[in-house]
Structure formats: C-alpha cells, structure tokens
Design a protein around this ligand. Structure first.
Ligand code: NAD
Length: 293
C-alpha cells in the first residue's frame, strides 16, 4: 500500500479542481499563504473566470484598506489557471471543489487519480458525499480525505476533516497540518451523510423553506426571527442563497436518501427555486432578489 509520500513541508503547489465560489476561495487562501496554485475547471475559460472572480474579491479588500495592492498582485501571480485535470499533475496536493453531484465527483476522482502522481493526497471539499465512496473509485483510497472548507473560505475559520474507511493516519495528519497552516481550525467528522456541519445546517435551512412554503411568515420574518431570536449572524434563507440553492438541495437529497428518514425530505419550494434556475446570489436571484444590489 502506498501512503502519503509527503510531509507538510514538501507541499509547494496545490491543485484545485472547480473554480466556483469554494474552489476560488480555497485557491485564494492557499495563494495568500504562499502556495503556488493550479486552478482547473471545465476548461481554461472557466478556470480563468474563476481567477478573475478572485481578483475582484481581492480588489474589494484593497479598496477597504484591508490589503495592499502589491500583496494582491503577489497572491494573483501564484494562481495559474490550467486547461484540464491533467494540468493539475505537477501539484503536490489536490482539492476537488466541483459541483455537488455524486456521479460527477466519482468521474472527477477517477480522472484526478489518473492525473496525479502516486503518493499524492486527493481531498474533496464535498458537503455531504461519502469520502469512502469517492476513495473507492481511485487506486489510492488511503490518500483520499474530506477537507470541507466553509463559505466564504477567506473569512470562515473552520475546516471539517472527514476520514473515509481507508484514509490513513498520515493522510489525515498532513491534511490537518495543511488546514492549520491555511489559518483554519480543524474539527473531525466520521464519514456519515452531511458530516457534522451540514447534518445540523441543512435541516435548519430546509425547515425554514417549509416555514416559508406553509406561509408562517415572509422570508424577511423567518430570517429576522433567526437573527434576533436565535442570535444567528444571518438568517437561514439568506444563508441558503449564499451557499447556493442547488448545493443545498443536493445535500438535502443525500441526507434524505442515505439516512432514509423522511424528516430530511427537501421542501418543494427549494426544489422549485432550483428548477427555475434561481440558485441564490450566484445567479442574482434566490429567496431574495440580488439583481439590483
Ligand atoms: P459552484 O457552483 O460555485 O462551483 C462549482 C464549480 O464546479 C463550477 O465552477 C463548475 O464549472 C465546476 N464544474 C462542474 N463540472 C465540472 C467538471 N466536470 N470539471 C471541472 N469543473 C466542473 O459551487 P460551490 O459552492 O463552489 O461548491 C463546490 C463544492 O463545494 C461542492 O461540493 C459543495 O457541496 C462544496 N461546498 C459548498 C459550500 C457553499 O457554501 N457553497 C460550502 C462548503 C462546501
């Protein structure tokens, strides 16, 4: 059995697959920590679009006086968009952060396993999909681990690590050390649908969707209720719009199917928003309208 041929110090380049909001955030934080980053998506244009979004986010920091312009340039210079998964081959550690879909992730893990040299760790940022299942499609299950960042990655302090059945101690230790080096606090979850954070969060969001659907109150009432009544920094419907309603639905479906309990069934209005393409902030409309903001 091969095992992590690397220590934390041997990791110089991080490969990120998926240049959406999470992949972009992971690339940003890794580059800001000093790592070289290779960023892949469907093709080079999507990867470049991901880098352009990071550039915009960094510029907002510069405008607010939180980052100097030279640091912005240095961070961006460390991020190289690549054309395909094969372009991630020089990376010492890979993190997959593509769309939350089991069949897609299985396909991507097979491709990453073929592209990455033996001995390198492949992590997934999945919110809910079994790490054991993803590891099983590779030739290196002991080197596969869940590395679940929170959104937005540059702001949120937590990384939830998930050990699959085959994940080795060395893989876990190197990944935990990397997460800490990226400035994050680590918690560890068993490989169980939704892990710790989404096992708690998604039923909350889904219940808020039911409350809206049943007319208990307006979206604003529900969110204000959670903010002022529960001391949450944002309401569950606002948070769902930030996460992406497609991602929330995909996680809810995993919880429902894998845990086999109808209490996890996704609310119809969550399904309908996704069917309409109202995916939240990323499309300009979700439970709220962001088009004029
Ligand atoms: P997103 O929709 O912003 O980005 C997904 C990216 O995956 C897109 O850029 C898309 O083009 C890319 N992609 C799709 N198919 C691909 C393929 N075949 N090859 C390469 N790239 C492909 O979604 P996101 O919010 O960044 O979520 C990504 C992952 O992170 C999901 O697994 C999600 O569950 C997880 N996650 C999301 C959040 C959140 O709050 N949104 C938080 C933690 C973890």
């Amino acid at each position: 059995m091969t095992d992590a041929s690397q220590s934390l110090d041997s990791i110089k380049t991080i490969g990120v697959l998926g240049a959406g909001q999470m992949g972009g955030g992971i690339a940003w934080v890794a580059a800001a920590t000093g790592y070289q980053v290779l960023l892949a998506d469907l093709d080079l244009a999507h990867a470049e679009k991901g880098k352009a979004k990071i550039a915009k986010g960094l510029q907002r920091r510069v405008d607010k006086g939180k980052l100097d312009a030279a640091a912005r340039e240095e961070i961006l210079a460390r991020i190289t968009p690549v054309e395909s998964i094969a372009g991630l081959a020089p990376a010492d550690f890979a993190v997959e952060a593509a769309t939350e879909n089991i069949e897609l992730k299985k396909k991507l893990f097979k491709a990453l396993d073929e592209a990455m040299p033996a001995g390198k760790i492949i992590a997934s940022n999945t919110s809910s999909i079994s790490i054991t299942l993803l590891a099983a499609v590779t030739s290196r299950p002991e080197l596969v681990v869940g590395m679940h960042f929170m959104n937005p990655v540059p702001v949120m302090k937590l990384v939830e690590l998930i050990r699959g059945l085959a994940t080795s101690d060395a893989t876990y230790e190197v990944t935990a050390a990397l997460a800490r080096k990226l400035g994050k606090t680590v918690i560890t979850s068993k490989d169980c649908p939704g892990f710790i954070v989404n096992r708690i969060l998604i039923p909350l969001i889904n219940e808020a969707c039911f409350a809206l659907q049943e007319g208990l109150g307006s979206a604003e009432d529900i969110d204000t209720g959670a903010k002022l009544g529960l001391n949450h920094p944002m309401g569950p419907l606002q948070l769902a719009d930030l996460i992406g309603l497609d991602t929330c639905l995909a996680i809810a479906e995993v919880l429902h199917r894998e845990l086999g309990d109808d209490k996890y069934r996704p609310a119809n209005n969550l399904r309908m928003h996704v069917a309409a393409g109202w995916l939240g902030r990323k499309t300009g409309r979700g439970f709220y309208d962001y088009s004029k903001r």
